[in-house]
Every structure is written in structure tokens, then in C-alpha cells.
Design a protein around this ligand. Sequence first.
Ligand SMILES: *[C@@H]1O[C@H](CO)[C@@H](O)[C@H](O)[C@H]1NC(C)=O
Length: 182
Amino acid sequence: MEKLACFTIFIALVASLTLVQSEEGWAKKLGVQKDSTVTNLQFYFHDTLSGSNPSAMRVAEASTTKTSLTQFGSLVMADDPLTFGPEPTSKLIGRAQGLYGSAGQSNMGLIMALSYNFLDGEYKGSSISINGLNPALQLDRELPVVGGTGVFRMARGYANLQTYSFNLLGDAVVWYNVTVYH
Ligand SMILES: *[C@@H]1O[C@H](CO)[C@@H](O)[C@H](O)[C@H]1NC(C)=O
């Protein structure tokens, strides 16, 4: 008798679980993941505004941008090569594509929204997204990695930036040391 009661309860439980599952069929919990991969990426970013073949160009500005010391209000679209070493001829490992704009009125601060798309090895076709304020005149700065695709799906992390070289035309080579949890 007791056994039968137990069995009935069991069947009822299974039935109710099945019901819940079919009602919420559009959403599934795939499990809890505790461990993630940590990857360190180091490369050079080449932002070239000058010359006949620039990789970044100003696409908009405010009426007061030209008189602003920080070029406040200017907006640049970039498709910048990422290389293994600091020389422009060094091996191409990816491209940084997106926008940055001057968002600081008294201090130099570039608000960056760029997708870093990799072309090399197992990272080919994968990307990370960096979105944050870059105080470009500071020696060391940190920007957040807010996401990624492919190998870097669900990425979180941080990028430490150091200017390697720059000129008065606005061209810069920046060293990136990126730590990604994915
Ligand atoms: C790169 O970043 C990692 C993680 O923050 C750090 O441990 C490492 O020392 C950095 N490398 C260099 C050469 O600064």
C-alpha cells in the first residue's frame, strides 16, 4: 500500500515536471559552468590618420571641436590593423573596427567602441569587444572587455594599453595587453 502511494506521488511529480518543461519550452538552462578559460593577448594597434591611405578617419565633429584643446565632439571611424610586433610590416593578426570619439572637455578621453577581429590561428574569426573611456595621454590605461564571439563567446576581461609611438599628425601605435575570461 505504502509502495503504491509512493509510486503515485512519483508519477504525479514526473507529470508536473513534464508540464512545466513543455510550458517553458522556449528557455532552457544548460547547466552551471564554474571554470572558464583565461587567455592573454598581446599585440600592437596601428591607428593612422595621416597620409594617402589612412586606417582611421574623422567622420563627424561639433561646431566647437576645432577650437577645443581636446577636440571634444570629434568622431572617428577606424579599421586599424593589429600586428604581432610594433612595426607596421609585422605579422597581421587582426583588425580593430569601430568608432572612437573625444568625450572629454578638459581632459583627453576617447570613448571607444571597437570590435577586435582576429585573423590568425585558432582565434581566426573570433572577436572581442572593447567599450570604454581611453585617457589616451596617460602612460598606462585600462579598458574593459565587454564581450566576444567565437572562441571568445561570453568574454569578460580587461585591456591594458600603453602608447608605443605617436606623431603630431595624430598617428599612434599602441601596445595592448589583454586578459580575457571566456
Ligand atoms: C600583461 O597583463 C598581465 C595580466 O594583467 C600581467 O600579469 C602581465 O605582467 C602583463 N605583461 C606585461 C609585459 O606587462
